[in-house]
Each structure stands twice: as structure tokens, then as C-alpha cells.
Ligand binder design. Structure first.
Ligand code: MEV
Length: 340
């Protein structure tokens, strides 16, 4: 893999080693296009950063206990609720890594990423906080250092995370991910993705355990389904490079079937997948850990995406977002993991 560094977004950078009064860090949500769950068994996955759902963290010096200000909780980090255990673990690991004391810093996060919906909110939060702390210390994290720090939190959240969320929420480009490493994708596809939230919390930890249990109970079928998801992901690479939306859509729907058989769909996800297909989607599937959370539908053009989004909301989606597959990184400066 190419060597990469992650720099904070602060354009007033004074260079390494110069601590500052505030530090900032930026990450974003992610959507897994294909390959979730199979990626835990070494198969590849393809995921897209969602620039429309950014996460910004700020760290500022202020005497007193280490404090967090966020929508979910404001107060001493040591008293943060269980729901924030992953970012808390990542913050503590980052402070240790930077040699900073666990006090005299106020951390805050700003984001519209819904929590526990398969869009990578825990990795995005941990990642932005790690970048903000590094910026505060006047330091630059390498991509690997950043990944390792976010993974400390992800292990708390998911038990045995593949690293896909940690990598994609730090990236500004769609990624191919396998065995902890990412590489850029050749992406010529011009289509629209509708992301829809079932409104039900996803259960990644339970879903990952359920897939393992399926494999233990049905070893042959479990292995076959995971291999099928891997093969679908490899074929999707060509769909993206050769601008084949119809083929991609069909593969997404097949992937949903395999994931449902592995036990990680839910009635709400199946209903939204059915509603999207009935409204003209080229394909649809759950995204992320599943058993709740979000789904994706592929639309040929903007008009069709609007029709599908409206149908999804009528079918019970709490929220929908639109994402162009040919969207590029935002022009505004932000923390980045350059792929080149
Ligand atoms: C969660 O966003 C994706 C899963 O494949 C778990 C992982 O990769 O660690 C379900």
C-alpha cells in the first residue's frame, strides 16, 4: 500500500511540534456498497465516504477534567455513557499515543451522522477526535497510526472489527478494502444512491456474532454465502469501472439476498428493499452491520432517485439521503487520507 499521512484540517497549521490552543479533525460517514460481513472473513468490500454527512471534532485547552461536549452527552469523559465507550477508548489511546495528560482538554463534536445506523458514526467520531487531539498537540498522524487508534474504539464497539469503517470514514475517496488495507477504485459509474434509515438501531456486534453462528451451524452454506459475497464484490469493481449501473444494481440485490440468508437483514430492511425495487431502483440492499440501520438503493438518474426516496419514506424510512456515485471530495479543506 502507498504510504499516507493524515493531516488535520486546520489551515493555520504551525507545523509539527507546535502545540496550539485548539485542534480540529474532520471525518465523514460511510456506506458499504458491497461486502459487509464477508469482509470479516477476509473477503474484499467496497465502501464510499459520504461527504454529505460530515463529522467535525474540536479539542481546546481548558483547565479541568477531560470533558466531552456532544449531542449525546456533555460532561466529564470518565462519566460518559456506555454508548460512547468506543470514542472514549479511542480518545484515551490517542492521548497516551501523543503523551498528553488525560485532563485540561475540552472535546466537542458536531455531526448529523445518525448513531448506530450502519453509517460508521462510531469510527467517524473516534477518528475526528483523534485528529483534533493530534492537531492540538501540533502533530500529524500517519494513516496507520490513525487507523490503529480508531480500531481501539472499534474493538470496543464491535468486538472483532475488520477495519473497514475506520479506513473509509478517514478517506475522501471510495475504497476497495481487504485485510486491513485499502486501495483506490477506478470509478466511472454515473448513478445515484439513495441511503434510507429504517429508524431502527442497527446491531453490528450481534449481527457479526449471528453470522459466525450461522457458519458454525451450516458450515458449507455459510462458507458458500461468504464466498458469493466476495465474488459479487470483485464483479462490482468492473461495474464501477465500466459504468454498468444495471449490472451493479442486480448484484446489490443478490448481495442483500445472501446477507438476509446469513441472518443480518430485518423486516424493516426487507420492506425498504422491496419498496425501492418496486419504485424502479436498479438494485437495493442493506448497508453496514444490518438487523436495523440503513439500506441503499441504486437509481439510474436524479429523477428516479427522487421517486425512490419518496417511496422509501412512504414505506417507513425515517430519513433518506442522496449520493452521486461520481461525487468527489469537497473543495473545502478537510482532514484527509490521500490515496495517492
Ligand atoms: C460494519 O460497518 C461492517 C461489518 O462488515 C463489520 C466489520 O467490517 O467489522 C458488518
Amino acid at each position: 500500500m502507498r504510504s499516507r499521512t493524515i493531516s488535520s484540517s486546520n489551515p493555520r497549521s504551525t507545523g509539527p511540534g507546535a502545540p496550539r490552543a485548539t485542534g480540529t479533525g474532520h471525518t465523514r460517514a460511510k456506506a458499504i456498497l458491497v461486502g459487509e460481513h464477508a469482509v470479516v472473513y477476509g473477503e474484499p468490500a467496497i465502501a464510499l465516504p459520504l461527504a454529505s454527512l460530515p463529522m467535525r471534532a474540536v479539542a481546546r485547552r481548558e483547565e479541568g477534567p477531560l470533558t466531552l461536549e456532544s449531542v449525546l452527552y456533555s460532561g466529564a469523559l470518565s462519566d460518559a455513557p456506555e454508548q460512547l465507550a468506543a470514542p472514549v477508548a479511542a480518545v484515551e489511546a490517542t492521548l497516551d499515543h501523543l503523551g498528553l495528560p488525560h485532563r485540561d482538554v475540552v472535546l466537542s463534536t458536531e455531526s448529523t451522522i445518525p448513531a448506530a445506523r450502519g453509517l460508521g458514526s462510531s469510527a467517524a467520531t473516534a477518528g475526528a477526535l483523534a485528529l483534533a487531539l493530534a492537531d492540538l498537540a501540533g502533530r500529524t498522524l500517519t494513516a496507520q497510526e490513525h487507523f490503529d487508534l480508531v480500531q481501539v474504539g472499534e474493538r470496543v464497539a464491535h468486538g472483532n472489527p475488520s477495519g473497514l469503517d475506520a479506513r473509509t470514514t478517514a478517506s475522501t475517496e471510495p475504497v476497495w478494502f481487504q485485510a486491513g488495507e485499502i486501495r483506490p477504485l477506478d470509478l466511472a459509474l454515473r448513478a445515484h444512491l439513495v441511503v434510507a434509515d429504517t429508524g431502527v438501531h442497527g446491531r453490528t456486534r450481534v449481527a457479526v456474532a449471528d453470522v459466525r453462528s450461522f457458519r458454525d451451524r451450516h458450515p458449507a452454506r455459510g462458507t458458500e454465502l461468504i464466498a458469493e459475497l466476495g465474488a459479487i464484490t470483485r464483479d462490482v469493481v468492473d461495474d464501477l469501472a465500466l459504468d454498468r449501473p444495471a449490472e451493479l444494481g442486480a448484484r446489490m440485490t443478490r448481495a442483500h439476498g445472501a446477507l438476509a440468508e446469513l441472518g443480518v437483514s430485518s423486516p424493516e430492511l426487507d420492506r425498504l428493499v422491496g419498496a425501492a425495487l418496486a419504485a424502479g431502483a436498479l438494485g437495493a440492499k442493506l448497508t453496514g452491520g444490518g438487523q436495523g440501520g440503513c439500506m441503499l438503493a441504486l437509481a439510474a438518474d436524479a429523477a428516479s432517485a427522487g421517486t425512490i426516496a419518496a417511496a422509501l419514506r412512504r414505506a417507513g424510512a425515517a430519513r433518506t439521503w442522496l449520493h452521486r456515485t461520481d461525487a468527489r471530495r469537497p473543495a473545502a479543506p478537510s482532514a484527509q487520507v490521500p490515496l495517492a
